[in-house]
Structure formats: structure tokens, C-alpha cells
Design a protein around this ligand. Structure first.
Ligand code: ASP
Length: 476
């Protein structure tokens, strides 16, 4: 096999003849000479076909985005053409031989600049091209780097990443679940997870003690601008911990990420400040206030914990889970604060009971949340009773959790980060679609694969499903 040199290695190969592979980024034909910039996953290099070169004839036929194999000599640029501060600014590739591996039709939109200026539906339809652009490529690469950093960090701290099922039963997170029809058990459905909440708690009962997962979560919500029907959480759960342990660990990870990957950014306050929910609502009218001292400073990161949330709220119309007068505010598995535990168990002054829930916000956006859980079955049962569930419903929906808690469940708690949103803020993007490789539109469509889509008659028969004519969604 031919020895490939990546473009970011070229500066170590001055005067050598090398082979590079990639795309033609820019082409400037100057008549006697042709300048061609090449791009691979590692960077960009300027190439030149000198007058009388054997490569001139084929060079004239090349267009932007052709895929090529180039043999060339790495030369120092003439002094006056040197550009400092950019990769390969002091060298260029003298093109000796060109092998076209594939041609390219004219792209539906230019990718050499900032594709945020292009209509987003077109970008999403041709996402693979959008991802070729510099900014999107960097966003996706950085996303991986941060994930990898977190994985290593947590592994060193004794965590295990454990995968939990996608096909399961509903878990309450306050939204609707997506459902998947079962072919074998016609008329029955799996639910896609809104979060791995129950499984991660069951892993604590299994004795793993420190779990994490980059977990895909699916929530069937009415389309709200910056939401995606599927998104990624950094999900964690730990045994024998307090709120303080979880808060401190998470702060350490976040600070390390910023220090290592975003050294140009400044964290406003360390340790991160904490604000009771009541104060946030009173002062700012919302529970994710933007407390930046200077909102024009793009490099300022103001993390803030919100604590002391009420545990229950009156059921409202938005609520899909409540049957009684009260429903949970965040997570039905949360434990109340110690001071309120007796009130909770005796179901008194329900509106005043505070939960161990902590949310973490950054520059006015919620980027995560978690709590210490009720690890005693009687306490978990109390939550459902306060929400007006009868015994049958409790048994049917949560009998398995109550049983597990009877079988030696340690005290435990956890948290989940909205990983896409964190990446969005760190990369200074305005919506999470910019940091998700194959994002869906704001109204939940996958424009590449054309989903959601109807299924064939044959599939419907297989699944025992019939669709009411008048409920059909009209495509156009
Ligand atoms: N499962 C919760 C959520 O998705 C997070 C947690 O409490 O750990 O919001």
C-alpha cells in the first residue's frame, strides 16, 4: 500500500515527496499556474501546479470537491507568500501527479464558508456535505474529544459505562414516550427510554456503585425550537453518596473540560454558586437564570446550581402522568430533603416539601439535573400515593422497582447532563443541531432518510396495526 501522509504532518516533511488523499477545497486557475487547496480530515494545504508540469493537463479538468490522490513535493513557500498563524502557512505542495478517485457535481451550497448562512433544511437534507465544512467538522470532532475525556476521567474514578436497553417499558420523565410495536406480541408496545433512570437505579441494586453512560434519550414532545426528539445525556448514578459528593464530582469534571479544551474561556465563579429555587423565581422569574457579569463576553461561563426545588406541584394540563391533584416536579424517584422527610411520609403540607433535586445551569440554560433517590420502598410508594396512584397502578407500573428496593438497595443518587446543550454552549453555537451530526429539524423530521415515514401494508399486517384514515398526517 502507498504510504499516506496526512495534511497536518506535512510540515515535518519539507523537501520530501509525499502522497496525500483528500478533496479539492479551492481551485484558482491563473493560466500558467493552477493553485489547488487540498483538504483531508486533518487540515488544509495549498498546492500548486507549476508551468510545464506533467500534471497541468489533468489539473485543468479538476473541480472543487473532486476526490484525489496527489503526489507532490513539500516546498517552503517564497518568503513573501508565507502566512503565519495558520496550519501549513509556510509550506506548499508542488503537485507532481494527480489521480482522480472520484468526481463531484456542483454542491447544492458552498461549504467553504460558514454554512450557518445556508437555509437549514437544505443543510439537513445534505448533512454529509454540511459536515464537511470546517466549523461543523470541528464541532463533531470536539464532541468526541470531550466524550472521550469524560469516559477516561470517570473510568479512573472507578465508574463503569454500562449500556441499558432501548426497547423497554415507559419510564416517567414528564414527557410522552415513543413506542415501538411488537410483531410477536401483537397489540403490545415497547417504549423507547426518556432516560435510563430506572435501569441505572437497578444497577445500584446490582452493586455496581458507580455507573455512567452516554445515553440516547427519546422524548415525544410537541416541537419546541431547540429540542430534538432524541438527544444524548451523560447519565450517572452512584451509591452511598450525598448531594455534595455528586455536585463536587460534576464541578470537577466540568472545570477540567474547560481548562483542558477551552483555555480561552473563564469560569465566573468556582466553586459554582448555588441558588434556592425560590430565590431564582423571585429574582429572575425562572429557574435557570443567566447570572453572567458580562453577557457580551463570549468566553464567560457562569455555572449555577439551583437547589431546594419543591418536590410536588399541582397537576396542570401539560402533565401527562398525573392522575391526582399532585405530580412530581422533576423525577418521581427523588428523595425529599431530610428536614421534610417526616412531612413527606405523613403526606402533610405537600406543596412545602422540598426535594434533593439539583439542576445545573450554564449561562441561562439548564445543562443537567439529578437527585438523591428514595431507596426505601415505603418512601417510593409514598410518592406515588401522593400523586393519587391506586395500588393496582403502583404495582403494574413500579412493582419491579419497589421489589428491587426491598432486596438490599443501597442509598444512591445521580445526575444527567444534557450533553448536546453543553457542547452547544462550549462551541458557541445557538442551537443544539449544530453539535449533532445527523440532527432532525426543529419539527422532528429526518430530512436525509425522510423519517417519519409510512410503513408498508405488509409491515402493518405483520404488526397487526391498522391506521385510521382520518388520523393520517398529510405530508404536504
Ligand atoms: N433521569 C433524570 C433526567 O433525565 C436525571 C437524573 O435524575 O439523573 O432528567
Amino acid at each position: 500500500m502507498k504510504q499516506r501522509t496526512y495534511i497536518n504532518e506535512l510540515s515535518e516533511k519539507k523537501q520530501e515527496t509525499v502522497i496525500i488523499y483528500g478533496w479539492i477545497n479551492v481551485r484558482r486557475d491563473q493560466g500558467k499556474m493552477i493553485f489547488l487547496d487540498f483538504r483531508d480530515t486533518s487540515g488544509i494545504i495549498q498546492g500548486v501546479i507549476l508551468p510545464n508540469s506533467n500534471a497541468m493537463e489533468i489539473g485543468k479538468t479538476l473541480r472543487e470537491e473532486f476526490v484525489v490522490e496527489i503526489t507532490g513535493k513539500v516546498n517552503e513557500r517564497p518568503e513573501k507568500n508565507k502566512k503565519s498563524g495558520i496550519l501549513n502557512g509556510d509550506i506548499e505542495l508542488e503537485i507532481l501527479h494527480i489521480n482522480v478517485l472520484n468526481e463531484s457535481a456542483t454542491l447544492p451550497f458552498p461549504i467553504s464558508g460558514d454554512t450557518r448562512e445556508v437555509n437549514e433544511s437544505i443543510r439537513l437534507k445534505y448533512r454529509y456535505l454540511d459536515l464537511r465544512s470546517d466549523r461543523m467538522h470541528k464541532n463533531i470532532a470536539n464532541r468526541f474529544k470531550i466524550q472521550n475525556f469524560i469516559r477516561n476521567y470517570l473510568e479512573k474514578d472507578g465508574f463503569l459505562e454500562i449500556e441499558t436497553p432501548l426497547l423497554s417499558a415507559p419510564t416517567p420523565e414528564g414527557s410522552r414516550s415513543y413506542v415501538v410495536p411488537s410483531r410477536i406480541y401483537k397489540g403490545s408496545f415497547y417504549s423507547l427510554p426518556q432516560s435510563p433512570q430506572q435501569y441505572k437505579q437497578l444497577l445500584m441494586v446490582s452493586g455496581f456503585e458507580k455507573y455512567f453512560q452516554f445515553a440516547r434519550c427519546m422524548r415525544d414532545e410537541d416541537t419546541r425550537g431547540d429540542r430534538q426528539p432524541e438527544f444524548t445525556q451523560l447519565d450517572m448514578e452512584m451509591s452511598f453518596v450525598t448531594e455534595e459528593d455528586i455536585i463536587q464530582l460534576n464541578e470537577k469534571i466540568l472545570i477540567s473540560i474547560v481548562e483542558k479544551y477551552y483555555p480561552e474561556k473563564r469560569i465566573q465563579q468556582i466553586p459554582f454558586p448555588r441558588m434556592p429555587y425560590k430565590e431564582a423565581m423571585g429574582k429572575y422569574g425562572n429557574d435557570r437564570p443567566d447570572i453572567r457579569e458580562d453577557k457580551t463576553d463570549a468566553n464567560l461561563l457562569a455555572f449555577l446550581w439551583i437547589v431546594d426545588f419543591p418536590m410536588f406541584e399541582k397537576t396542570g394540563e401539560d402533565n401527562v402522568d398525573g392522575t391526582g391533584e399532585w405530580t412530581f416536579t422533576h423525577n418521581p424517584f427523588s428523595k425529599p430533603r431530610d428536614e421534610d422527610f417526616e412531612k413527606f411520609m405523613s403526606k402533610e403540607s405537600i406543596g412545602e416539601i422540598l426535594t434533593t433535586q439539583y439542576d445545573i445551569t450554564l449561562n441561562g440554560l439548564e445543562i443537567g439535573g439529578g437527585s438523591i433517590r428514595n431507596h426505601k420502598p415505603s418512601a417510593l410508594r409514598t410518592t406515588f400515593e401522593i400523586m393519587g396512584y391506586n395500588n393496582e397502578r403502583i404495582e403494574n407500573n413500579f412493582g419491579h422497582m419497589l421489589k428491587a428496593l426491598e432486596l438490599g438497595a443501597p442509598p444512591h443518587g445521580g445526575i444527567a447532563w444534557g450533553f448536546d446543550r453543553l457542547m452547544m454552549i462550549l462551541e458557541q453555537e445557538l442551537n443544539i443541531r449544530e453539535v449533532i451530526a445527523f440532527a432532525k429539524t426543529g419539527d422532528g423530521k429526518d430530512l436525509i432518510m425522510n423519517a417519519p415515514a409510512e410503513i408498508s401494508n405488509r409491515q402493518r399486517v405483520d404488526l397487526g396495526i391498522s391506521i385510521k384514515k382520518d388520523s393520517l398526517w398529510k405530508r404536504y
